[in-house]
Design a protein around this ligand. Sequence first.
Ligand code: GLU
Length: 314
Amino acid sequence: MTETGRFAPSPTGALHAGSLVAALASWLDVRARGPQARWLVRIEDADTERCLPGMGEHILQQLAACALLPDEPPVWQTRRTDRYEAALERLKARGLAYPCGCSRKDIDEALARLGRRHERHGERVYPGTCRDGLHGKPARAWRFATERFEAASPSAAGALGEAHTGRVCFTDRRLGRQCQDVSREVGDFVLRRADGPWAYQLAVVVDDAEQGVTDVVRGEDLVDNTARQILLQRALGFPTPSYLHTPLVRGADGDKLSKQNGATSIDTSSPAAALAALDAAARVLGLSPATATDCPAALAAWVPEWRDLYNSRP
Ligand code: GLU
């Protein structure tokens, strides 16, 4: 299989210092594998409510200004909804997806009744209220039947040579071994909201599989989602790619850089500005300062360095 990596930005804002790190890392990872490997860009606009008009095109221009050019035309999730529909139908047919009528408030109340609290920034672990039916409520979402899947296929949870513990484990190329008990720490997660938008988890798994992605390189803020995605890959019969989660750029408050804590768009208004933005991203990845005077030459110089630092797969 052709080694394939991708950068999958959500067009909810322009590229900032943090997202450029993921773009650069995924590009270098592909180029370090040789000329046959492919680097793809996918605009993750499945969650249409949060996307800004024209932002996908703008991100592609910013990438191009940094000489980060995809090997194939970019893919847009909003043009692929039939694929997500087909995957959801397959899960439904196997009893692995069910409709849920709970609002956030319903879930919080159910958790409170169970004596469990929903921590701020924490997962709202779904207590399974609608597993046995909607209790007369209209459907608001489709959820993945995490426990049912794990119980039905203990070997799936242990496919990486583990005894069945209810945990999903994988070896991240930078962070090492990562494990999550998805039933206990996340619960039955959302695949689609009833008002239309597809959940990131389902869309990303379908797209990575159908685009033949073998190597996922993305920001560490997403590492917590990986176990969910591995479960979905197993449920849908897709291969699991290798994963590398890159260091985060922190905002002034110490949290991951985001629009909320001051992330501003990278400046790509001139070749020198684009090079400076790439150089800053390269430092976050532990690469040497650029000595080249343009983006293509700087990128080429980082490829062998990347290979030395990150080339081992688990
Ligand atoms: N679209 C996601 C984001 O911008 C990234 C998804 C991924 O790389 O898996 O945070």
